[in-house]
Design a protein around this ligand. Sequence first.
Ligand SMILES: Cc1cc2nc3c(=O)[nH]c(=O)nc-3n(C[C@H](O)[C@H](O)[C@H](O)COP(=O)(O)OP(=O)(O)OC[C@H]3O[C@@H](n4cnc5c(N)ncnc54)[C@H](O)[C@@H]3O)c2cc1C
Length: 485
Amino acid sequence: MVVGDISTGTDVLVIGAGPAGYVAAIRAGQLDLDVTLVEKEAYGGTCLNHGCIPSKALLTASDVAHQAGNAEEMGIYADPAVDLEGMVGWKDDIVSQLTGGVEKLCKANGVNLIEGTATFDGENTVRVSHGGEGQGSESIDFEHAIIATGSRPIEIPNFAYSDDPVLDSRQALALDSVPDSLVIVGAGYIGMELATVFAKLGTDVQVIEMLDDALPGFDRDLARPVKKRAKSLGIEFHFGYGASNWEPHGDGIRVEAEPAGDAAADGGQAVEEEALELDAEKVLVAVGREPVSDTLDLEAAGIETDDRGFITADDRARTNVEHIFAVGDVAGEPMLAHAGSNEGQVAAEVIAGEPAALDYQAMPAAVFTDPEIGTVGMTESEAEDAGFETVVGKFPFQASGRALTTGHTDGFVKIVADAEAGFVLGGHVVGPEASELIAELGLAIELGATLEDVASTVHAHPTLAESVMEAAENALGQAIHTLNR
Ligand SMILES: Cc1cc2nc3c(=O)[nH]c(=O)nc-3n(C[C@H](O)[C@H](O)[C@H](O)COP(=O)(O)OP(=O)(O)OC[C@H]3O[C@@H](n4cnc5c(N)ncnc54)[C@H](O)[C@@H]3O)c2cc1C
């Protein structure tokens, strides 16, 4: 300990106040543990400040503008003007309401909040430094620690985020004017959501993706309607390319991309073989996220990571060091806010001696593109690989009265079940409100519900949720509003 330092102790020390860390801290507080939460930047982490919430706010606002300007079919004629500064201001108000709420909830649950950057000093001690030079530091002894330091965007060679026209997702969500043109590197969910925002605001968007299709990792059936709609919004895709460099060009920049080489060309668009040059005002890089684990002095506590820097944790969120836990993005996939929160709750409960454990069987994922994607449980082929004989039911939104009245009929609900016992194994939705509809299918899996249970649950009419019931009926060969298989 440095002379002059203050030294304190706590039962549970949580590092990072994102959705994994603050939920862990609140749950630990509810369980009557003495808990201290250290945050270096802002309560709510990436999710509330620069991720889930800001991106969804801008998706909603850009959709309002786009729909208002494209509603002639409904007899509405409008030409909305967009003030991005105003839109971002509205988003910032939402963010501060939520982050203020996190701080209040932590305090109300007895969580001791400390602003500063934590690094390990040993197996039972961290040093927390406050602000810049001369701001001092303190040493905190802990019985248990929960690491929840999250992730940051991966930088690719020649595209430093400190260079003005090069943006990461955080900078893209804080722009004060709508760029005329934008190159997006990466067609994962973050790249595709932001492509949707800017295309709807009138930006000319081009997407470069190394692989042969958009939304890698998602079922192709689910990705297809999203890519089709993206193209109809004017988004141009260049699959099988890796961005290699950029240079100033005219009033903007020129982005160079090289063929990625091994990408197959079945993503609906031929992979070109020549190098590409794309002109734009700015370039947004969204190629994935890496763990924030290299700044923690993990070695001082003997905590192990994998070769990409993710902290390895077991099904109780425990690291290789018995009393230290890792939750959220820093502990690897699934890198989603709700997964992190769930892991945070489990870690707190394990520390309190409760019989909690992680179970990813009913972990949903949602993509807020147009149309949205919601998915939970096993796909048909995953279920078959796991040894199940499957039965599948499908319902297209084109047959849904409610979908027709919203003007959004792209997509479908698909339900995968065990053919013999009828248990729901997976649910996959692409279409309007897919991110909400997936909750019913997640609950069905969690409760061990059967196709009969879902089909015999009366759903209000006219709702999009009826489509889930119809998909279950379809699997049973009893569909009313579609022809049965
Ligand atoms: C544009 C975008 C959109 C997204 N949309 C969604 C979505 O719709 N749904 C979804 O589920 N997920 C979404 N995500 C992912 C989601 O944001 C993350 O999965 C989630 O934030 C991870 O939570 P976390 O608590 O693990 O880490 P973070 O939210 O990253 O929080 C970590 C916190 O730790 C702090 N910290 C780091 N190091 C230290 C230290 N040494 N000392 C003290 N504090 C430290 C950081 O300042 C930060 O506040 C999105 C991400 C992005 C970028």
